[in-house]
Write a protein that binds this ligand. Structure first.
Ligand SMILES: Nc1ncnc2c1ncn2[C@@H]1O[C@H](COP(=O)(O)OP(=O)(O)OP(=O)(O)O)[C@@H](O)[C@H]1O
Length: 296
C-alpha cells in the first residue's frame, strides 16, 4: 500500500501555500513537522480530497484519489485542526452519527464505538454532551471519529493540541499500534516530541516545500557537530542569547546557567558537543519557533 504525492501544489491568489511537493508515503507513522504557516494543513486537506490542488496529483496504490472518489473516502480517516462538533450531541450519539455518515454497517459500528470509547478512555463520559467536555476530551472524541472506519490512511492535523502529557503518551502508543497493522498514519505537529520516537519517517516542511525527509536518526545527523552544552554566568544570559541560539537552559546551584545551544562552532569556552535530538534539527531549521516551544 502506498500514497504517492506527485508534484502537488496549491496557490491561494498569489500565495503558494504548497509548492511542488513530492513524497511517497508507505505504511507506518509519518511525522509532518513544520512551523505555523509552513503549509501542513493545506497539504493534508489535499491528501483528504477536500481541497483541490492547483497542480500535481495524489495516487493511492497507483490510482488518483479523484478517480477513486467514494472508495478512497471509505479507507480514509481525518482529524482536521479545527474540528467542528455538534455540541448538543452526547459523545455516543455523535460517534453513532459519524458512523452513519461513514456508511458503517450498524452492528459493526456498535462494536467499534464501544472499543473506541474504551481505548480513548471516554467510556465514563459517553452520555455527556460534547459541549460539557474538556478540550483534551473533545480532542479524543475527534480522534475516535477518525478511527471509526479503521482507515488505511489516517491523517491527523495537530492531534495532540490540548492533550495533557499522560493523554499524549497514550495517544502515541495507540497510533504506533494502529500503524503496525499495515496502515499509513500522517501526523502534522510542531511539537517534535510527539513524533520523535514513534515516527517511522519524518518530513520537514517549510515555506510550502518539503525540506528534508528521513528517519529521526537520519535527520538528526543534519545537526551533528552543531549542538553544544556549556555554562555561563547568570548575569550574562541576555548577552549570550543575542549571540547564540540557546534551546534549553537550567539554573545551577552555583549560580551559573547550563545552556544547550546550536552553533556551527562552540560559542562558549569549555563547551562540549551534545548528542543531537530531532528538536535540535527543528529549531535549527525554524529558529523563530524557539519562543513558542511546548513542554513535553
Ligand atoms: N484559504 C486560504 N486562503 C489564503 N491563504 C491561505 C488559505 N489557507 C492557507 N493559506 C496560507 O497558506 C499558508 C500555509 O497555511 P497552512 O494552514 O497550510 O499552514 P500550516 O503549516 O498548517 O500552519 P498552521 O500550523 O498554523 O495551521 C499560510 O501562509 C496561510 O496563510
Amino acid at each position: 500500500m502506498e500514497l504517492i504525492i506527485d508534484d502537488l501544489s496549491k496557490k491561494f491568489k498569489d500565495k503558494e501555500a504548497v509548492s511542488h511537493v513530492s513524497l511517497k508515503l508507505t505504511p507506518g507513522v509519518w511525522g509532518l513537522l513544520g512551523a505555523n504557516g509552513a503549509g501542513k494543513t493545506t497539504l493534508m486537506r489535499m491528501l483528504g480530497g477536500t481541497l483541490k490542488p492547483t497542480g500535481g496529483r495524489v495516487l493511492y496504490d497507483g490510482i488518483s484519489i479523484q478517480v477513486l472518489g467514494e472508495k478512497y473516502r471509505d479507507i480514509f480517516g481525518y482529524l482536521p485542526q479545527e474540528f467542528g462538533f455538534y455540541p448538543e450531541f452526547t459523545v455516543r450519539d455523535y460517534l453513532e452519527y459519524m458512523a452513519v455518515l461513514k456508511g458503517l454497517p450498524k452492528r459493526r459500528s456498535k462494536e467499534k464505538i464501544e472499543e473506541l470509547l474504551e481505548r480513548m478512555t471516554l467510556s465514563d463520559v459517553r452520555k455527556k454532551k460534547i459541549a460539557k467536555l474538556s478540550g483534551g476530551m473533545k480532542r479524543r472524541v475527534g480522534i475516535a471519529q477518525a478511527l471509526l472506519n479503521e482507515p488505511e490512511v489516517l491523517i491527523l492535523d495537530e492531534p495532540t493540541s490540548g492533550l495533557d502529557p499522560g493523554e499524549r503518551v497514550r495517544f502515541r502508543n495507540l497510533l504506533s499500534e494502529f500503524a503496525s497493522h499495515d496502515r499509513i498514519v500522517l501526523i502534522s505537529t510542531h511539537i517534535v516530541s510527539d513524533v520523535e520516537y514513534i515516527a517511522t519517517c519524518n518530513a520537514v516542511m517549510k515555506g510550502g516545500k518539503i525540506q528534508a525527509v528521513g528517519t529521526t536518526e537520519e535527520l538528526v545527523t543534519l545537526v551533528n557537530g552543531k549542538v553544544w552544552n556549556g555554562t555561563i554566568p547568570a548575569g550574562q544570559l541576555a548577552e549570550y542569547e543575542n549571540r547564540l541560539q540557546i534551546v534549553n537552559l537550567r539554573n545551577e546551584a552555583d549560580g551559573r546557567i547550563s545552556v544547550r545551544y546550536l552553533a556551527e562552532k562552540p560559542g562558549i569556552e569549555d563547551s562540549v558537543p551534545a548528542v543531537p535530538r530531532l528538536e535540535d534539527l527543528y529549531l535549527w531549521m525554524f529558529p523563530e519557533s524557539r519562543f513558542d516551544k511546548e513542554a513535553d
